[in-house]
Design a protein around this ligand. Structure first.
Ligand SMILES: *Cc1c(COP(=O)(O)O)cnc(C)c1O
Length: 333
């Protein structure tokens, strides 16, 4: 990822805190694509990143910049994977990390956070409740808040996914990108990357249609998109097996909805029941096991194709944002 450091906010190389994240493979899904009637279907596989999810990109940059700014204590709310990544990178940088997570967070994430030596604070409720606790406590404890998009650096890390797409596809962006979305940093980051690459004149022409996928158990962006609103409203009783998507209201919802509309994309929801079928199919046809958030993007392809939002010959890239090995409780024998 740090091959793009001239376009990233860290000034001194000595402040870079890295575990070797980024430049993940883009894999062709020939057999799965055939079944769906999509000739040019690809998967960008973020499962191979340190700490097992694409959250490492944002936190590598945020923690590097925190180090550069002389920050000694950070805090964040998490649905799981951001907490794992924050804990690992903070420890590597010698920074104290406080992670606020819902009590129901997957055991794997809780254990990872503790194993890396971070302070885990369990909260009754959802990530939004964890966010409230962070707001209440950060001031008096002098904790620097690295919540998604409340600081400017995590999105810079997610931006590198857009750079990689361009570079790996020989500077020709795909027609469509399908991304599982909670807080939205992934989508906003890639959209920013495309602006910067245009400004550098490294790419030109039409930008990809951006599609965000949520679960019907928590789909505030889908509801706002369909109602033509600029902002989402809080989703009551949010619940889904794709915990990374369990964000009842994204802090940067306006930016996400703006990117979707500018790109000619859309927001779509899939049910939890729809997610695991494509996960198994992908594993059996292509030898790739994805997390449920990645499964949601695969499930969405059927809807996008039926609604004629993507077509047979278009190049489509779906994202697998994390490792399936963290979700083994969802796989029966
Ligand atoms: C956080 C997360 C997402 C959602 O990403 P955002 O950038 O917050 O929209 C998707 N999948 C996984 C595995 C995640 O951990």
């Amino acid at each position: 990822m740090w091959r793009y450091r001239e376009l990233l906010p860290v000034i001194e190389d000595q402040n870079i805190v890295t575990l070797g994240e980024g430049f993940t493979p883009i894999l062709r899904l020939r057999r799965l694509g055939e079944g769906l009637g999509l000739e040019n279907l690809y998967l960008k596989d973020e499962s191979q990143i340190p700490t097992g999810s694409f959250k490492a990109r944002g936190l590598s940059i945020a923690i590097s910049k925190a180090k550069e700014l002389g920050i000694t204590k950070i805090v964040l709310p998490t649905a799981g994977n951001a907490g794992s990544a924050a804990a690992a990178y903070a420890t590597r940088a010698g920074i104290e990390a406080h992670v606020f997570a819902p009590r129901e967070t997957p055991e794997v994430n809780k254990k990872e956070i503790v194993a890396y030596g971070a302070e885990l604070h369990l909260v009754d409720g959802l990530i939004s409740d964890a966010g409230k606790m962070v707001n209440e406590l950060k001031g008096k404890n002098h904790w620097f808040d690295v919540s998604t998009l409340k600081e400017p650096y995590r999105v810079e890390g997610k931006k590198t996914m857009g750079f990689e797409l361009a570079e790996q596809l020989a500077w020709k962006l795909p027609d469509a990108i399908v991304f599982p979305t909670g807080g939205g940093t992934g989508v906003i980051g890639m959209w920013k990357a495309f602006s910067e690459l245009e400004e550098l004149r490294w790419i030109s022409g039409k930008r990809p249609k951006m599609f965000v996928v949520q679960s019907t158990g928590c789909a505030p962006l889908v509801r706002a998109f369909e109602e033509g609103r600029d902002e989402s409203t809080f989703w009551q009783n949010a619940q889904t097996v794709a915990v990374g998507l369990c964000v009842p209201k994204a802090f940067a919802d306006r930016l996400i909805l703006k990117a979707l509309r500018e790109s000619g994309g859309a927001a779509v929801a899939v049910t939890d029941d729809e997610i695991m079928g494509p996960v198994r199919e992908l594993a059996q046809k292509e030898g790739i096991l994805v997390c449920p958030e990645g499964g949601a993007t695969l499930a969405a392809l059927k809807h996008l194709k039926e609604r004629k939002l993507i077509s047979e010959e278009e190049t489509v890239v779906v994202f697998n944002t994390g490792s399936a090995l963290k979700y083994m409780h969802l796989f029966g024998l």
